[in-house]
Design a protein around this ligand. Structure first.
Ligand code: ADP
Ligand code: MG
Length: 222
């Protein structure tokens, strides 16, 4: 970011993404679950595209291990924690994205919440020079969770989207209730899993280039 600060519209945030030349520019958006990362990433893509800059969103979520694998490891109930993702695969694909010339395809998995599983090649990055990488664990150290520390060095910049714990709690409850959990199950998942993950992510916040919080339609950069 070109050191913009204060309350910015998404269009202003998009303008703060540096102009790039031959190589791809990988912008990370980290933050706790429910902070609004996916929403901000899509809004940025829209504004970048409107400004004539080809951009695509490549989420970390597509690197969730499949339920079958998690079940076999006895880790299904912990789904969402750092070791329930294929961190090595994510790192390898980030590297591939950096190395592949603009114009050549790089398939990228997406996470399909309707079936609660990743889908291979859900999006294909090809002509886009700007790739917005969004997910919880982009700024973790290997001491926090093995395998994640290599991510930061593969991003050109990484923002951290923060949100108050009460807001996260409400949004995550709504998410789990929409995903066929009972209220008790949803509350338990938030208390015992999501908020623990949020605390882990919060400890990685000092590694971000910029910290953002949503205010109205805009984002406060501080
Ligand atoms: N700036 C915002 N203002 C109000 N609600 C928001 C904002 N950003 C996201 N949300 C809502 O919060 C919920 C979680 O957002 P999402 O982008 O899925 O978060 P994340 O990807 O960080 O888990 C969604 O229901 C979304 O509509
Ligand atoms: Mg998301």
């Amino acid at each position: 970011m070109n050191r913009a600060s204060g309350l910015l519209s998404v269009a202003e945030l998009a303008r703060s993404v540096p102009a790039v030349t031959a190589q791809r520019y990988l912008l990370g958006i980290a933050g706790p679950p429910g902070a609004g990362k996916s929403t901000l990433a899509q809004r940025l893509r829209t504004e970048l595209t409107r400004a004539g800059r080809a951009a695509v969103v490549a989420p970390m979520d597509g690197y969730h291990l499949r339920n079958e694998v998690l079940r076999a490891r006895g880790a299904l109930a912990r789904k969402g924690e750092p070791d329930t993702f294929d961190a090595a695969g994510f790192v390898a694909d980030l590297r591939l994205l950096r190395q592949t010339p603009v114009g050549e395809p790089v398939p990228w998995p997406l996470f399909d919440r309707a079936i609660d599983e990743p889908t291979e090649g859900g999006v294909v990055v090809r002509d886009e020079q700007i790739v917005v990488i969004e997910g919880n664990y982009l700024l973790l150290t290997d001491e926090q969770a093995p395998g994640w520390a290599a991510v930061r060095g593969l991003l050109d910049a990484c923002w951290y989207l923060d949100a108050p714990r009460a807001v996260l709690t409400d949004r995550l409850l709504d998410r789990h209730l929409a995903g066929a959990r009972t209220r008790a199950e949803a509350s338990a998942k938030v208390a015992h899993s999501d908020l623990r993950n949020a605390d882990l992510v919060a400890a990685s916040r000092p590694r971000a280039d910029e910290i953002l919080t949503a205010v109205g339609d805009g984002y406060l950069v501080h």
